[in-house]
Ligand binder design. Structure first.
Ligand code: DSN
Length: 442
């Protein structure tokens, strides 16, 4: 058993070393500050606090309650919301609570298909998506314009009119998702949706930090009534979720849907981490969001100038942290993802809007999705991103041996590691931290 314990710790250290020497480009990931990490190893990780602050089902929560109330106020302030529930433990949990609060099984919900950027939590039952398979919703897709890479407003209204005439009026319309290069037309559709008693929600999991930093659309000002999110992509938090609302009107049903609906205890060490992340966002969010969008645009442009098929070239490539490439001239997304990983460039393969019609599936789709938010947090920003484009170009287009590129990536990474946009003074975002006395008996 001692050997097994040593082995787990060895693998953890190797994982840290891999990320310390790689270029992290997964659009849904980030690193947290040491201040957030400190909260995550606190005693709060051992406690239970079911229910709302002040009305807990357990004793011993007096400080936890204060932290949760602070987190609620910080999130309301950051997003200009009237109500916040910070107990969902992930983005999927937050979305499931919204489905529970506003719909019944069998109701119709509008969302984007996965290929056009929708998240799996909004998927149909036949694909095992949370909305369909867990909550029993019927999913109808927003109409989408492949050229504009966005929801088609007129065609969507037409589709909803047809659904209404068939007696299948949607109850909920969910904007946002997993691939989002440009702001969704919330303000163009919100009045129409609300006039038909369709609740307007926005999944800000990917762009929450950009919204908080004032660099993306502001859904709650554009007519969204509900905004759900995860807290760890462009936001500085640990892996967790939140639900915000533009009015207090929905507070009771959201609270009930979260607890006892979809969450029992809500992982209090990450709650404290979220409080600290929200403070960091308040102080550093604007500068960070600006640099993230600038870096994403620069990376897209550098790749495009090297001949890659970067999506959105006629629209400035991206307004978010994401860059999307059609790699089919050089191979398929899954194969290229593996090659890039060998070179120390961590990306994920992604369906493109037109992949299903050309017979490609998520196992080996036509696209690669990249997000620059973690790179920017460790200092690889618009000033350095041409080097990143070069490494990608050498692997994808020039077909250089990834092992050779890996050596150069390792060398490049030696200059980066400090956590920027935080109060920390630490030099290594990827250090594997051992605690004094841990497993000392081995
Ligand atoms: N599917 C994840 C992503 O967008 O990467 C989020 O859950």
């Amino acid at each position: 058993m001692n050997n097994k314990l040593t082995e787990v710790r060895r693998l953890l250290a190797l994982h840290h070393e891999m990320f310390r020497s790689s270029i992290p480009l997964i659009a849904s990931e980030n690193v947290v500050s040491y201040a957030v990490r400190e909260a995550m190893i606190s005693d709060l990780g051992h406690r239970y606090a079911e229910g709302w602050p002040g009305e807990r089902v357990y004793a011993g929560c007096r400080y936890i309650d204060e932290i949760e109330l602070m987190t609620i106020e910080l999130m309301k302030d950051l997003f200009g919301a009237a109500f916040a529930d910070v107990r969902p433990i992930s983005g999927v949990t937050a979305n499931l609570a919204v489905f529970t609060a506003f719909t019944e099984p069998g109701d119709v919900m509008m969302a984007l298909s996965i290929a056009k950027g929708g998240h799996i939590s909004m998927g149909k039952k036949k694909f095992g998506g949370t909305a369909g398979a867990v909550h029993g919703l019927e999913i109808e897709y927003f109409e989408y314009n492949d050229k504009e890479l966005n929801i088609d407003v007129d065609a969507t209204i037409k589709k909803i009119e047809t659904l209404i005439s068939e007696g299948r009026k949607p109850k909920l319309a969910y904007f946002g998702g997993s691939v989002i290069l440009f702001p969704h037309p919330v303000k163009e559709l919100a009045d129409y949706l609300k006039s038909n008693d369709i609740v307007v929600a926005y999944d800000a999991a990917h762009v929450a930090g950009l919204i908080a930093g004032g660099k993306f659309q502001d859904p709650l000002r554009e007519g969204a009534e509900i905004m759900s999110m995860s807290t760890h992509k462009t936001f500085f938090g640990p892996q967790r979720g939140a639900i915000l609302a533009s009015t207090d009107e929905y507070a009771d049903r959201i609270k009930k849907a979260v607890f006892p609906g979809v969450v029992s205890n809500h992982h209090l060490h990450t709650l404290a981490g979220l409080a600290i992340a929200a403070i960091e966002m308040k102080v550093f969010g604007k500068a960070y969001a600006e640099e993230v969008v600038k870096t994403a645009k620069k990376l897209a442009e550098e790749l495009y100038n090297r001949g890659l098929d970067v999506l959105g070239s006629e629209k400035g490539f991206t307004e978010s942290h994401q860059v999307l490439i059609d790699v089919t001239r050089y191979g398929l997304g899954g194969d290229i993802e593996k090659l890039l990983e060998k070179a120390g460039i961590i990306v994920n393969r992604n369906l493109l809007p037109w992949d299903p019609s050309r017979g490609l599936s998520y196992t080996n789709p036509g696209g690669i999705r990249m997000g620059v938010q973690e790179m920017v947090r460790i200092g690889i920003d618009s000033k350095h991103v041409d080097a990143v484009a070069d490494y990608i170009y050498r692997v994808v287009v020039k077909k250089e041996a990834p092992e050779k590129v890996r050596e150069d990536v390792k060398e490049f990474r030696k200059d980066f590691g400090k956590i920027h946009y935080s109060f920390d003074r630490v030099e290594d975002a990827y250090k594997y931290i051992t605690l004094p006395g841990a497993a000392a008996g081995i």
